[in-house]
Write a protein that binds this ligand. Structure first.
Ligand code: ADP
Ligand code: MG
Ligand code: ZN
Length: 491
């Protein structure tokens, strides 16, 4: 639920929001960024640790090559310029889950800059990506889920040293809707590259949202607040919605926005101040003395570029071209890489790819959605879809029969092929003698409609086709029915 403060519609229209997002993405390496500890999520607390990630005195970090490659892949996919040389820096602060007392990050010489994501809703609008840099994650403070949690905080350092990239956007985002779309596209692109699972529940993707308002037409930005660690895209949108209203209300009533970090309470739909700029950290960045400058030369960059898969936008364009489907169809079918892969395999196997696309959207997606299932949980596989498409294509079964078989598949939790066998490989009736009898009866029973048809109202054929289909319980071959009807009615 979004609780919007009572700022009037008129007041809202006077102001323009300015939004910039900082997104942390965990890279899917096997080992941590500066040591060989496992990055596996869900291991017992403090089991994936060693002197390096625990920050013991005298240990030395060794950069994980794979983490660099993943970061470069993400940067390429987001249209960034990759700097040949970037520098790791120490970001100093004290926090219980940061045993070293500093985080190794990148500061004034990040890995990549000047990227962008193009929005689709607001066609042609590009949201700039200021920078992408590599850094290590901190540990996790636990406030619940263990004995005497009411009095104590526990620290799990398994996450310390897990590789992250931070993706910082330009303040180009103008509405909560655009922020939502930017995040959705960003996640989609990262998932396609395969460098992260972007699992928000497990903290593999985290978002901080910066927001300010300014009178429309004003050039200078207003003072921003930062909403920290919102754990779903929907909540980011809601938190921004709330915060815009709150800021306008403050400014309208003659107040000033305090630059501060705020937290979003999703239950209340409100943000609360957490710490102001005066309390903000001075990180006293300086170049990390234990690491050499990171050099990604042309040769290495070219090698990494070869691992870059086809990205969603390019894939959509190709699907339209290769399978003769609409841009809309392509959009639905590339919702996830998994779905797109399965679709392509099925379409290539089937006689008519367009029919496969229609079945996935028309028959499969709706059934999945109404049962709250992911495509991965579908009882009907893409092979099943391809098989059903071919059966309709060859005229063996009717569209109505296909629908019934799909329903049975979902009821029984079995693939299309299995249900088709169980039902004894049903075929639609093209048996003209049975159909002819049905048609003769219909013509006799509906003289008025027959007269209208013969008087030139050709659309009346639809009425007869419908009646025949009904009488045959959907088993009749519509094409045969049509031909027979025309013959009888004209004859
Ligand atoms: P900070 O030093 O406070 O972290 P940065 O300049 O690094 O601020 O920007 C952090 C994020 O905030 C970026 O995504 C940027 O686009 C965004 N941002 C900067 N200024 C504003 C502003 N006035 N209003 C909204 N967002 C802003
Ligand atoms: Mg910043
Ligand atoms: Zn370690």
């Amino acid at each position: 639920m979004v609780t919007t403060p009572e700022s009037s519609v008129a007041a809202r229209a006077k102001y323009e929001p300015v939004i910039g997002l900082e997104v942390h993405v965990q890279l899917l390496t096997e080992t941590k960024i500066f040591c060989s500890c496992s990055t596996r999520f869900g291991a017992p607390p403090n089991t994936n640790v060693c002197p390096v990630c625990l920050g013991m005195p005298g240990v030395l970090p060794v950069l994980n090559r794979r983490a660099v490659e993943f970061a470069v892949l993400a940067a390429m996919a987001l249209n960034c310029r990759i700097h040949e040389t970037s520098i790791f820096a120490r970001k100093n602060y004290f926090y219980p889950d940061l045993p070293k007392g500093y985080q190794i990050s990148q500061y004034d010489k990040p890995l990549a800059e000047f990227g962008w994501i193009e929005l689709k809703q607001n066609i042609g609008k590009k949201i700039g990506i200021t920078r992408i840099h590599l850094e290590e994650d901190a540990g996790k403070s636990l406030h619940e889920g263990f004995a005497d949690a009411t009095e104590k905080t526990a620290i799990d350092l398994n996450r310390t040293g897990v590789p992250l990239i931070e993706i910082v956007s330009e303040p180009d985002i103008s509405t909560p809707e655009e922020a939502y779309e930017y995040l959705t596209l960003l996640k989609e692109i990262i998932l396609y590259t395969g460098v992260s699972d972007c699992n928000m529940e497990e903290g593999s993707l985290r978002c901080d949202a910066n927001i300010s308002v300014r009178p429309r037409g004003q050039k200078e930005f207003g003072t921003k607040t930062e909403i920290k660690n919102v754990n779903s895209f929907r909540f980011v949108r809601e938190a921004l919605e709330y915060e815009i209203g709150r800021q306008i209300e403050v400014v309208e009533s003659g107040g000033k926005i305090t630059q501060e970090t705020r937290l979003y309470n999703a239950n209340e739909g409100k943000t609360y101040g957490m710490r102001s700029k005066e309390q903000a950290h001075d990180y006293r960045y300086f170049p990390e003395p234990d690491l050499l400058p990171l050099v990604v030369d042309e040769k290495w960059k070219a090698e990494i570029a070869k691992q870059l898969p086809e990205l969603p936008e390019a894939r959509r364009a190709r699907l339209v071209k290769d399978y003769g489907i609409t841009a809309y169809d392509a959009g639905v079918l590339t919702f996830s890489k998994e779905l797109a892969d399965q679709f392509e395999a099925a379409a290539q196997a089937a006689k008519n790819p367009k029919r496969v696309a229609n079945l996935v959207q028309g028959e499969l997606m709706g059934r999945l959605k109404s049962r709250n299932l992911e495509i991965g949980d579908s009882p009907i596989t893409m092979q099943g879809v391809a098989m059903s498409a071919d059966l309709v294509e060859s005229g063996a079964i009717s569209g109505k029969m296909l629908k019934d078989l799909y329903d049975l598949s979902f009821e029984r939790g079995k693939d299309f092929g299995a249900v088709y066998e169980e039902e004894g490989r049903p075929v639609q009736s093209s048996d003209t003698s049975t159909l002819e009898k049905i048609i003769n009866d219909l013509i006799a029973a509906n003289p008025k409609q027959v007269e209208q048809y013969r008087a030139g109202k050709k659309t009346m054929i639809g009425f007869f086709v419908g009646q025949v289909m009904k009488a045959s319980k959907g088993q009749a071959n519509p094409q045969v029915v049509n031909e027979l009807l025309v013959r009888k009615l004209e004859g």
